[in-house]
Design a protein around this ligand. Structure first.
Ligand SMILES: Nc1nc(O)c(N)c(N[C@@H]2O[C@H](COP(=O)(O)O)[C@@H](O)[C@H]2O)n1
Length: 355
């Protein structure tokens, strides 16, 4: 590891501290190094609050040392007035002579302009240090900025013989087949804390009556997203309870559930629904979505190639028949065994080929 890589590695460590607080902004870390000694550290702590570079610069006790120091940062400094003023202007005003950056900002308002602005001011710039790691850390942000859609994670559990459930037509009929175990259920709740939205189809709501909240981990509930084209979900379904906000995609402007936390959005069901829904979801400032079923919904996201990662649990249990699990092809990132289940973690090579 080179010296620059070592310091960028520290920036990435700091950046991670902002996870769960900065979304849909990126996680960013920065440090100030003088004579091979870290004299200031900072990270983007919360959405809308100062950027990592500002916090790192403000953490330096002897501000005069900045004139002989290097600023390391995991994302290109911004040039725009957003919720905070441009970081490039602070860096220039503090006369920092050298800036090392892990990766360019994919945000079109900034991309390349931050580097250009600092170079024009005579600052030495080095870019592309641990770039792959920096992009991977902010993969959701990169997909948001470059594709103008949420980062999409698919998740399902299937039996060893390839079924996600037994055949059922209503909640009253039977309870769902138990495929997951205690550990994999906990992992799913942890993943729910890492996304801003969680989505299921109409029939999953009617048959399973899910709450789609975080109960087996610590963190915020994601915004619930459901399709109810023909207004057939009962108004007392758990998905409408007050535990979280719910977006409903429907055909009817006068949706039957009228609650403060329930927002109906009308779409045209004669056109591609997955794309329309994701467009609206992104406009709602939801940068990442976990799709939890059912099979039909998961299959439409797969066939539209509208996904970035997938978690598939394969249990040793057998169901013999029932609802067939979706079929998916992706790059295996990890396979782990939890009690009687394997969890396969995939990434979509095509949608993420720029990372
Ligand atoms: N370089 C850098 N450091 C940070 O700490 C950041 N949060 C960002 N974010 C970039 O600026 C946009 C948000 O700006 P405001 O927080 O609204 O002022 C964000 O979209 C990133 O492009 N960059």
């Amino acid at each position: 590891m080179t010296i620059d890589e070592k310091y960028i590695y520290r920036c990435l460590q700091l950046a991670r501290k902002g996870e769960a607080f900065v979304r849909p902004n990126p996680m960013v870390g920065a440090i100030i190094v003088h004579n091979d000694r870290i004299i200031g550290e900072g990270y983007h702590r919360k959405f809308g609050e100062p950027h990592a570079e500002v916090n790192a610069i403000n953490a330096v006790k002897d501000q005069l040392l900045l004139q002989e120091a290097t600023l390391y940062v995991s994302l290109e400094p911004c040039t725009h007035y957003g919720k905070t003023p441009p970081c490039t202007e602070l860096i220039i005003s503090k006369k920092i002579p050298r800036v090392v950056i892990a990766t360019m900002d994919p945000n079109p308002m900034i991309s390349g302009k931050g580097i250009q602005r600092m170079q024009n001011a005579g600052i030495e710039i080095k870019e592309g240090i641990l770039e792959k790691e920096a992009k991977e850390l902010n993969r959701a942000f990169f997909v948001n900025q470059l594709c103008q859609r949420p980062y999409i994670i698919l998740k399902w559990a299937q039996s060893n013989d390839g079924f996600i459930d037994i055949m059922r037509s209503s909640l009253a009929e039977k309870t769902p087949a138990k495929i997951s175990n205690e550990i994999t259920e906990t992992i799913v709740h942890k993943i729910r804390t890492q996304v801003q939205g969680i989505m299921v189809g109409t029939h999953t709501v009617i048959k399973d009556n899910p709450r789609l909240t975080v109960r087996k981990w610590f963190g915020e509930n994601p915004i619930r997203i459901v399709i109810d084209r023909k207004c057939i979900i009962p108004s007392d379904a758990n998905i409408f309870n007050n535990e979280a906000k719910t977006l409903v995609f429907t055909e009817y402007p006068d949706y039957h559930v009228k609650k403060e936390n329930v927002k109906p959005i009308v779409i045209d069901f004669s056109k591609n629904t997955t794309e329309q829904i994701m467009k609206h979801v992104y406009e709602e400032n939801i940068g990442s979505v976990l799709i939890e079923g059912g099979s039909r919904m998961l299959t439409s996201f797969i066939s539209d190639n509208l996904w970035d990662e997938a978690y598939i649990e394969i249990s040793s249990k057998e169901l013999k028949n029932g609802i067939k699990a979706p079929r998916i092809d992706g790059d295996k990132i990890q396979i782990k065994q939890y009690l009687d289940s394997f969890q396969i973690h995939l990434k979509n090579k095509i949608s993420r080929n720029f990372l």
